[in-house]
Design a protein around this ligand. Structure first.
Ligand code: NAG
Length: 208
């Protein structure tokens, strides 16, 4: 008993060694595969856990007539280390998010309004395609190629969540045609005609 009383103050004062509740990103530090280093807790503020950018309509005046506004760790440092992030998807009539993957995250898409045709392609090349309506959610498994198209005559809005603060985004068309890989090699590796490769490189800003 005497021993317990003696050690009690030690036990109580050691409570600063508790589980780490969060690790708000210090965006000035280096990014590693497990995220950014943590901001000092004394510098963490409520704003670190709030991101207001998803309330703002994206600008769809572009070649794909779509806008993706991301709340990944770079925009939203509070999600660092928490295995979660979000994005807003605006699709004008005719808009498309071209075939793409998030190498590090599964995506859950919630349709706020409008009609969206969405699909993904499995590793065995099976296609899972659906026309989504307001209120629908669809899940896109990690790393698989997928796309979203506005299937209606009005703008469509969706919110996506990801099970990583760094989902990654690789657009297939950009990967193939916005690069400086010689067109002859793109032709050889894609089975497309040389002229088609040149045309797509010009359209998407590639060279070579
Ligand atoms: C949307 O983007 C286009 C093309 O970059 C630009 O000309 C236009 O001013 C932008 N509109 C708004 C409201 O920011």
């Amino acid at each position: 008993m005497l021993h317990i009383l003696f050690f009690l103050p030690l036990i109580l004062t050691s409570t600063h060694v508790i589980a780490q509740d969060f690790c708000v990103a210090n965006l000035e530090g280096v990014q590693t595969p497990s995220g950014f280093a943590c901001k000092m807790e004394s510098e963490v503020a409520p704003d670190d856990f709030v991101f207001s950018g998803l309330g703002i309509e994206g600008n769809t005046s572009n070649i794909v007539e779509a806008a993706v506004t991301t709340a990944f760790v770079e925009q939203y440092p509070g999600v660092n280390g928490l295995g979660i992030s979000a994005a807003r998807l605006d699709l004008a009539p005719g808009g498309v998010v071209p075939m793409h993957t998030h190498p590090a995250a599964t995506e859950l898409l919630y349709v706020v309004h409008g009609r969206i045709t969405a699909g993904f392609i499995s590793s065995s090349n099976a296609v899972y395609l659906k026309r989504l309506r307001r209120g629908d959610i669809m899940v896109f498994p990690r790393g698989l190629l997928h796309f979203q198209i506005n299937a209606g005559k009005r703008p469509a809005l969706a919110i996506a969540s990801f099970n990583s603060p760094i989902p990654g985004l690789q657009i297939l068309e950009s990967a193939l045609f916005a690069n400086d890989l010689p067109s002859a090699l793109v032709e050889k590796t894609t089975f497309l005609d040389y002229a088609q490769v040149k045309k797509l490189k010009a359209l998407l800003g590639g060279t070579g």
